[in-house]
Design a protein around this ligand. Structure first.
Ligand code: GTP
Ligand code: SPV
Ligand code: MN
Length: 595
């Protein structure tokens, strides 16, 4: 319960607007969680998985049209289009409010309105932010229970203070006596994932999936938070946070920005294939960072759970993720076996006959259709991760030694290189590109630029965001304590399309080099694109056959890089006067070094 007047008045006005049958305040208890899931099992929206194989776990299939974030239906509503920048869909705030008022009017008829108070970041931490999500989806409530700190304890901490209002509806009201479907949602053109950075509000209509609906994640912790962070001088980034300990017992923390479905969760939980090294997980998707009193940059994971890509996860590629999801996990859009267990492509076992695919049809191997949707996800509590870092909930955060940028680049980009200095590192982040993945709908194939992996998540003009990064370096209390910046690429392929690098646990071999480069204990080669390793310093013990690929993995092909520069030119042209001079200068310097 709460006596927060603003909150009470807001809930009342939304109940009037949305006209739900019931209003329910979530307390965040385990009983409530079970109860909601039992209700969804009873209604046919969920299936309880085999208790022996997947204790406490549930299975959902989404509507086939509602399987990922929808970038063309995601809006940043700033006062001017210029403030949103070329990379965001812009709409005038009052125009959008008018559309939303019409959409939300009566949109919860026949449904329950759930009030979900949540904290991004440890409860009561001064870095944390409190939001309240209003939703008509019980699926969203149980996911928010895993992904955030949620319920009455949040209201207790909130007291009479301000919160970030987040309104969500699946956009599918029920007429009198109308039977619900398993996954209600609105048609694609009727979805509105809208953000009002200046007034710090989120309104999401028509989707029940992932970042469209779990509003603490991409909407609050990235789009709204990036806007706040710019004003207040900190960073809200699409980055994993990992602890890495060398055989001598020295520990560092790295934060890495890769676009969606490019390996953050896997890197955060990596199982080293070389002896003596240890990796521990702080977060797998989002990092909020501020300078500490000692001048170092400290990061917290604002989330409390992992919403991870399922396909290709196996005991071989990532046993930590497999152990993480062994119990108390929600699976969305994977396959369901006849004995109510789960199955997906790359799980490492044969698909049992009679397995039902994510579209609820018995799988026909001859059809060529996948069993799991490529963006099928698990939702699992972070504290179930076998390698969760002891400081993952430390409100002060963990000190970051290195930033890693990367994406899926089959050619051109070597598998590791280091920035020459801070601004060069910001330049590297600003030109990150990747092959398009299944994490988003409606984007054409090919390499797309996804600066800092933030293209779909920056709540304001991306050129100003680059300037914020440049300024952060300029104004850092101690320049020498800034994280070093690297670019990595696990996704190089040969002409036949085969991976040149084994990836996953073997990525520790690259992290080892980065760890040593942070301490300047390894010699580097000065190349036109940045500092690179000597071949001998990449530890290939146990994977000697890869040695033949190392030249290719570490090659800087001038011709290809000049082509890359043409693409960067096109990319940079989008920013107009918002492109910081420092980055334009870095680009000129790169071209000169390549000549
Ligand atoms: P989001 O949750 O969408 O932000 O994705 P993510 O960046 O956390 O990516 P994730 O770790 O879930 O990996 C996405 C896909 O890439 C999965 O199918 C992984 O199996 C695959 N993948 C991850 N790491 C590697 C790697 O080192 N090499 C190769 N070849 N594939 C990888
Ligand atoms: C991503 O796409 O980067 C995700 C999944 O982490 S979602 O929460 O749907 O945005
Ligand atoms: Mn992500």
């Amino acid at each position: 319960m709460t006596t927060n007047k603003k909150l009470l008045a807001w809930v009342q006005s939304l109940a009037q607007l949305c006209q739900p049958d019931k209003v329910y305040w979530c307390d965040g208890s385990d009983e409530e969680y079970r109860h909601l899931l039992n209700e969804m099992v009873a209604s046919g929206a969920a299936i309880k998985l085999n208790e022996e194989k997947q204790p406490g776990s549930y299975y959902f299939q989404s509507d086939p049209s509602d399987v990922a974030r929808v970038e063309n239906r995601t809006f940043i509503c700033t006062n001017t289009k210029e403030e949103a920048g070329f990379s965001n869909n812009w709409m005038d705030p009052s125009e959008m409010k008018e559309i939303l008022r019409a959409k939300f009017k009566g949109c919860m008829k026949g449904r329950t309105m759930y009030i979900v108070p949540f904290s991004m970041g440890p409860l009561g931490s001064n870095i944390a932010k409190i939001g309240v999500e209003i939703t008509d989806s019980a699926y969203v409530v149980v996911n928010m229970k895993i992904m955030t700190r949620m319920g009455q304890p949040v209201l207790d901490v909130l007291g009479n203070s301000n919160f970030i209002p987040c309104v969500h509806s699946v956009g599918s009201p029920l007429a009198e006596g109308q039977k619900d479907v398993a996954w209600p949602c609105a048609p694609i053109d009727d979805k509105y994932i809208s953000h009002f950075p200046e007034t710090q509000e989120i309104w999401s209509f028509g989707s029940g999936y992932g970042g469209n609906a779990l509003l603490g994640k991409k909407c609050l912790a990235l789009r709204i938070a990036s806007y706040i962070a710019k004003q207040e001088g900190w960073l809200a980034e699409h980055m994993l946070i990992m602890g890495i300990t060398n055989p001598e017992g020295e520990k560092k923390y790295f934060a890495a920005a890769f676009p969606s479905a490019c390996g953050k969760t896997n890197l955060a939980m990596l199982i080293p294939t070389i002896p003596g090294w240890k990796v521990e997980t702080v977060g797998d998707d989002i990092a909020w960072m501020k300078f500490g009193a000692d001048g170092r940059l400290y990061a917290i994971n604002p989330e409390a759970g992992f919403f991870g890509v399922v396909p290709m996860t196996s005991m071989k590629t990532n046993s930590n993720a497999m152990l993480l999801v062994k119990a108390n996990t929600i699976f969305t859009n994977v396959g369901l076996t006849p004995d109510r267990d789960i199955w997906w492509e790359g799980i490492g076992t044969e698909c049992p006959a009679g397995t039902v695919n994510w579209k609820n049809k018995v799988h026909d191997p001859a059809s060529g259709e996948p069993v799991a949707h490529p963006n099928a996800r698990f939702t699992a509590p972070a504290n179930q991760c076998p390698v969760i870092d002891k400081d993952w909930e430390n409100p002060a955060g963990v000190p970051i030694s290195a930033f890693l940028f990367g994406g899926r680049r089959p050619s051109t980009v070597p598998f590791v290189y280091q920035a020459r200095n801070w601004n060069h590192g910001v330049f590297m982040g600003s030109v990150v590109g990747s092959e398009v993945t299944a994490a988003t709908l409606g984007v054409n194939d090919g390499v797309r630029r996804d600066p800092f992996a933030m293209l779909p998540f920056c709540g304001y003009n991306m050129g100003d965001y680059f300037a914020h990064w440049v300024n952060l370096g300029k104004n850092a209390p101690y320049k020498t304590k800034l994280p070093k910046i690297f670019n990595v690429n696990w996704f190089r392929k040969d002409e036949k399309g085969k991976w040149l690098w084994p990836g996953y646990g073997d990525n520790i071999r690259v992290l080892e080099w980065i760890f040593n480069a942070c301490d300047n204990t390894v010699e580097t080669i000065n190349t036109p694109i940045g500092f690179m390793p000597n071949k001998k310093d990449i530890n290939l013990k146990g994977i000697e056959s890869v040695a033949a690929n190392l030249d290719e993995l570490l090659s800087v092909n001038t011709e290809k890089w000049l082509e890359e520069c043409e693409l960067i030119e096109e990319h940079y042209a989008n920013f107009g006067i918002h492109l910081p001079n420092e980055l334009a200068e870095e680009f000129v310097a790169l071209k000169n070094r390549l000549k």
